[in-house]
Design a protein around this ligand. Structure first.
Ligand SMILES: [Fe+2]
Ligand SMILES: [Fe+2]
Length: 270
């Protein structure tokens, strides 16, 4: 069992005898979930090599630039996060319409767990801007920043969701969730560590979205993985749409990180 209360498919004794199993070159069975993971490897690698990701997680980083990034992440992130509950709810309803009852229920349950997470970002933005104004220039105004138009990353992320939810493959929402929530698990701890190392322990007050999601999304990622395994077991033909949805989500998220390091995120033009 994982912390969502749902048994892990990989631990089931019959997991190797399912219809989703294929025979690999060496004669060993390959589950379609493993196939999904291997087809996502290139998109995940591309994300990891993206310049914004290299800068934030691997290169040397100026503390002022990091602080400016955090403000932009919280401000722009509101537009990435506020629609999430609605997107998952609508994807669940569409899945129900096309006969995917189990997935519809799972998405509806997950949607409730994402309610109001944008409020964490708004609270972070206020704390970070206050901290900035106390020590740095130019003076910032949270209300003005929140009213700035959507950035290219937000546009790409929103249009990906709308296209998938309104199209013939609403179940691909599950792959978006899986990839994006896994970023919290795989990258979140390193970012928090860099924030504390470069900006001091008190920065933790202004990064509640990050700290909460490192914990929350560990459970959500396990939940998504179980759902993805089940869906592929029942519907092997869904693999290409799931791979495409997950890959595009990572691309849009990398663009969002660019936005957070771009004009809004650069201390010179904030
Ligand atoms: Fe969340
Ligand atoms: Fe989550």
């Amino acid at each position: 069992m994982n912390n969502t209360g749902i048994p892990e498919m990989a631990n089931r004794p019959d997991a190797l005898e399912t219809s989703s199993q294929r025979i690999g070159i060496d004669g060993e069975g390959i589950s379609l979930l493993e196939e999904y993971e291997s087809r996502l490897a290139m998109a995940r690698r591309r994300f990891d090599l993206h310049p914004a990701v290299r800068l934030l997680f691997y290169d040397s980083l100026d503390p002022v630039a990091l602080e400016a990034f955090l403000i932009a992440f919280a401000i722009i992130g509101v537009r990435m996060t506020e629609p999430v509950e609605g997107w998952i709810t609508r994807a669940g309803a569409r899945c129900g319409e096309i006969g995917l009852e189990g997935l519809a229920k799972a998405l509806t349950a997950h949607a409730r767990q994402e309610a109001d997470h944008h409020l964490l970002m708004m609270a972070d933005a206020r704390i970070l801007v206050e901290r900035w104004n106390h020590a740095r220039e130019p003076e910032l105004n949270v209300g003005v920043l929140l009213n700035r138009p959507a950035t290219p990353g937000v546009d790409a992320y929103v249009s990906l969701h709308e296209r998938l939810i309104g199209g013939p493959t609403p179940y691909a929402q599950l792959a978006i969730e899986y990839e994006i929530e896994m970023l919290s698990v795989n990258y979140g701890p390193r970012l928090i560590e860099r924030c504390v190392g470069l900006l001091g322990q008190d920065i933790l007050e202004g990064i509640s979205f990050l700290t909460d999601h490192v914990a929350l999304d560990a459970g959500h990622t396990n939940f998504n993985r179980v759902q993805l395994g089940r869906l592929l077991e029942e519907q092997p033909d869904f693999l290409p749409a799931l791979v495409a949805g997950g890959s595009e989500a990572l691309e849009a998220y990398a663009t969002f990180l660019d936005d957070c390091l771009g004009p809004l995120g650069s201390s010179a033009s904030l």
